[in-house]
Design a protein around this ligand. Structure first.
Ligand code: ZN
Length: 334
């Protein structure tokens, strides 16, 4: 019993984790402006005086999750190779004009939309300089949004579209995606290659795309505020994760032991271009400690931190949004 020659099915992105500075600005931007749902309000288990904020759809489904470690006063990182340099979110076709007006009304600058692989892309950045995009594509309409957020249902974000990885040499990173993670090459243009899992078009779920950009002249990025810390891929359960882990171990990728992240189980490894990858299980999910209706409403702590709740709550700033909670064009903050 040595080889696990059966490769588990690749299921796409589970979540993307980035570093932020001010948690209030982060919450205002992702919940207020982008209309994502705060699906878990907890702390950094290694630094419980700071938040770990999870945003997603109604139920916090894998493929819709962005997570942030906001460290007040954190220094800005730098974009470069060995990083996921852009996080792209899905929106329905025909909504980018309305999104641009919304950004302008809230003082957020966005670049002119560009076309990429037949999809319309609106680039912008979060308050820490993290590069984001809204990607308007036909498949988005088939995905459920969170309908009770600050953005109207017709325009609302439908989860993660893709991440763009920047590496100095594409081939080893591409080989890992295809040979070890089960992605297939979809299309390429210049230094950018697109990889996919699952069905095409309307059948494609959230988080199905990875773009790899070869950028030999750009130095390695520095991970700090405004940069992505890691990209997590889905495993359907612990057993599937164990098969992934064994395959990665055999491929010399040195995955970590399984770590309990409370809402999922995780292993981590570094891909050849330097980007930190994680494989996270779908269960138990964010309803482990609160109902769907109550997701994100209250601070949730793991049992070992409960005895310190009072002290932790005293140092965490309250989170509130200045963006109105109705329709697509909320009130402009003073
Ligand atoms: Zn993670």
């Amino acid at each position: 019993m040595t080889t696990s020659n059966q490769r588990p099915r690749a299921r796409g992105i589970h979540h993307v984790t980035a570093i932020a500075s001010d948690p209030r600005a982060n919450f205002d931007f992702y919940s207020g402006l982008l209309g994502l749902r705060l699906v878990k309000r907890t702390v950094n288990f290694d630094d419980p005086g700071t938040y770990h904020l999870y945003y997603g759809d109604q139920e916090g489904r894998p493929g819709t999750i962005l997570t942030f470690f906001p460290w007040p006063g954190a220094r800005r990182g730098s974009r470069g190779t060995g990083q996921a340099t852009v996080v792209s979110l899905s929106v329905p076709e025909g909504t980018l004009g309305s999104w641009r007006r919304r950004f302008a009304a809230h003082g957020v600058t966005s670049d002119d939309p560009v076309e990429r692989f037949g999809e319309e892309v609106l680039p912008f950045a979060d308050p820490d300089g993290l590069r984001l995009e809204l990607v308007a594509h036909p498949g988005a309409a088939a995905l459920d949004p969170w309908a009770d957020g600050s953005v109207g249902e017709a325009e609302a974000v439908r989860g993660v579209h893709s991440v763009t990885l920047s590496v100095s040499r594409a081939e080893p990173s591409a080989d890992l995606l295809t040979d070890d993670l089960g992605y297939r090459p979809a299309v390429e243009a210049g230094p950018r290659s697109r990889f996919r899992v699952g069905g095409e078009g309307a059948g494609a779920g959230a988080g199905a795309v990875i773009d790899l950009v070869e950028d030999p002249d750009t130095p390695q990025g520095r991970i700090a505020a405004g940069t992505v810390h890691h990209v997590a891929f889905r495993a359907i359960d612990d057993a599937e994760q164990a098969v992934w882990r064994e395959r990665l171990r055999e491929a010399g990728r040195q995955p970590t032991p399984v770590q309990d992240r409370r809402y999922f189980q995780s292993i981590y490894f570094r891909e050849p271009g330097g980007v930190l990858y994680e494989i996270a299980t779908d269960p138990p999910g964010f309803t482990r400690d609160e109902s769907v209706a109550g997701l994100g409403a209250a601070l949730r702590l793991p049992p070992w931190l409960e005895p310190h709740r009072e002290r932790i709550e005293a140092v965490l700033p309250p989170l509130e949004t200045s963006v109105g909670a109705t329709g697509g064009e909320g009130e402009v903050a003073p």
